[in-house]
Design a binder for this molecule. Sequence first.
Ligand SMILES: NC(=O)c1ccc[n+]([C@@H]2O[C@H](COP(=O)([O-])OP(=O)(O)OC[C@H]3O[C@@H](n4cnc5c(N)ncnc54)[C@H](O)[C@@H]3O)[C@@H](O)[C@H]2O)c1
Length: 366
Amino acid sequence: MGGKIMELFENLELSDKRVRAVLVGCGEHATLVMNDAISFLDEVDVVGVCDLNEQRANFAARRFRLDRSWQNIDEMLEKVEADVALVVTVPRLQALLTQKCVEAGLHVYTEKPISTELDDAYSLMEAAKRMKRKVGVAFNKRYALAYQNMKKAIDSDEFGKPGAFIAKFIAGYRNTQTDLLRVGAIHFFDLGRFLIDEIDEVYAYKFEQAMGQHIFAVSAQFNNKCVGSFTLGSTGSWINGYGMETLEVRGDRNMLYVDNGRNFTYQKPAKITGQRSSGTGNTQAVTESQMPAEISRPNYSNMGKFYMRDFYINGNYQGMKEFVKSVINDTEPHITVHDGLMALKIAIAIEKSVDEKRAVKINEIK
Ligand SMILES: NC(=O)c1ccc[n+]([C@@H]2O[C@H](COP(=O)([O-])OP(=O)(O)OC[C@H]3O[C@@H](n4cnc5c(N)ncnc54)[C@H](O)[C@@H]3O)[C@@H](O)[C@H]2O)c1
């Protein structure tokens, strides 16, 4: 991109370079989140939309002022000239449809999970390499404002070495166990890799209420020796945010906490005021005085601010923008097929640990 040519509004920019995009999949997430976000990317001209469901595809076509929609991806790829595709379909087809786009010569931004099956992910990786096309993955939580705050704090000198990563994600009923681990909870495997390090090993237990209604308790160790604990479930709610998603990272006497993906707390270390010698029999090694916590809460009511839009708070817009920039500037996208594959391997290692009742190394998953 030739740099920012002017600022429209805070965090919203005009662009002097453009890419032509086709949208594959016009379901709920595409319609309510991704197509909203894409309409604010001046870099993108939507030139084709496709969904097996004609009504949904037509709705998207009208939204982007196109005179027709497509129901067949092969036909659209053959007839419409484009540079990139945005693939937002169904988890088990994401990699296959992404690969079709790559083989048609397009760069692709694909929703998570990249696939629910390893073979499809490997095949996509090979195709992207062969075709020299970029594939970005929408692990949008990496760009969510609260998790960005967490990342900055962890990377700061004052935080110390992260010692514990404690994630809880308990959403509503799902159709299968695969939908929980390989589709929903996968965000938290990616956040672990983003915020801490690669995971070395997992040990997991499963509670099953009914098919698709599970809770997994997972212990993990990261390569940098940070310990992890994930409580991942589908016996909660899809709409009650309270208690659904929390993430805590412990540093040296301090901690970072994100609640509901949005509310960020940074408890700074208490001030050490004295030492206690072990000879006194007291189990506390120091005396301390309290330190206040830093708290940041999005102002939901200020809808006139672009960065208070839901797709900005949750990072969907920034992830897509970064990918489009990587296409325009011919750089590597921040989040690649490799990241999609590694997160999928963690989900599969957890399933294996439950089945085989043992600790499983991520590198056992081939
Ligand atoms: N990043 C996130 O937090 C997040 C949130 C929600 C959903 N997602 C992901 O987005 C994707 C879509 O989820 P959704 O909730 O919108 O599902 P959905 O079922 O509402 O939509 C999927 C759409 O894909 C279409 N489709 C299926 N096969 C197709 C094909 N061969 N060609 C064209 N269209 C096809 C379907 O007709 C449907 O309209 C999933 O992969 C999901 O994991 C991500």
